[in-house]
Ligand binder design. Sequence first.
Ligand SMILES: Nc1ncnc2c1ncn2[C@@H]1O[C@H](COP(=O)(O)OP(=O)(O)O)[C@@H](O)[C@H]1O
Ligand SMILES: [Mg+2]
Length: 337
Amino acid sequence: MKKIKLGVIFGGMSTENEVSVLSAKSVLANLNRNKYEIYPIYIAKDGSWYEYKEKPQEKIENVMQYLQNLDIVFPVLHGLYGEDGTIQGLFELLKKPYIGCGVLASAIGMDKVYTKIVFEKAGLKQANYNYIRKNNKDYVYIHKNWDEEIFTLKQVAKKIATNLKFPMFIKPSNSGSSVGVNKASNLDELEEYIQNASQFDNKILIEEAIIGKEVECAVLGTQDVIASCVGEVKSAEEFYSYDAKYNNTESKTQIPADIPEKIANEIRNQAIKAFKAIDGKGLSRVDFFVEKDTNEIYINEINTLPGFTNISMYPKLFEESGISYMQLLDKIIDSNI
Ligand SMILES: Nc1ncnc2c1ncn2[C@@H]1O[C@H](COP(=O)(O)OP(=O)(O)O)[C@@H](O)[C@H]1O
Ligand SMILES: [Mg+2]
């Protein structure tokens, strides 16, 4: 059988460049060499592309032409310009098959405000939230019917504090790996963290904190979507910050999560529903909170290109469900051909 020419694209122009390199290393180590002829491609932070096959790495001068040579591409990229629909748009223009979600699903999944709107429509329960936009020195408060009101920082924080209960999470709408995400316990912190989040994106989401377990479920497929078992994230810090995710070795994952079977099944159903609601394809990891005492499920977000290192939740969840890393890659690739 002729081998499939598979481009594995990693690195990228986002804050998650390094994480992507780690994900790609695992992917490259686990791909079935009998099945695929592999073309590793590195995108540097400045946006230049390199062929990673032989050393020294060769700069790819004509990206479009290079991609035309491949049968299919796997963007192992996280964050902006990789997980947000932009690179998927390039593949669409080239009519090049690619792995994972399309332009729309990627764009929705990357934007926390729009994710919330779609989840709301799908009847998925989530934390109460407000949406504001930075506008020069001021902030535009966006009502649920999209009417706008302009406030100063102090005024907007006060307004939010009348709508939502502390503690609150403040997040740039487009971000990942917890960059720019903070937890505020009072009005002063709320102001500070709104200002901080506005450095990463002018769209800002503020939501009530859910006290409980943080759990994740992996989904796979396009027509017939399956969900993995549910895993739990045990952050070593107050919340799962960038540091807790990548630097603090005390952060742990527990698979399966210590939650009742009934709740786990409900989470699996909701994960598939959320994936379908954003028009997902191929793969995603869907993150939830299970509230302490009530066991109420709140959906948090969907990651259309989740972490893929050997110790990442996505492959580990399927491993526990009986699908090895190598089989998982085959299934993901097959579901997109
Ligand atoms: N509403 C919330 N309640 C409790 N914890 C939250 C909430 N929102 C975010 N967090 C914490 O902040 C972390 C990062 O937020 P998240 O929305 O997942 O952003 P990212 O896309 O950067 O992962 C979560 O993993 C969780 O620990
Ligand atoms: Mg997250």
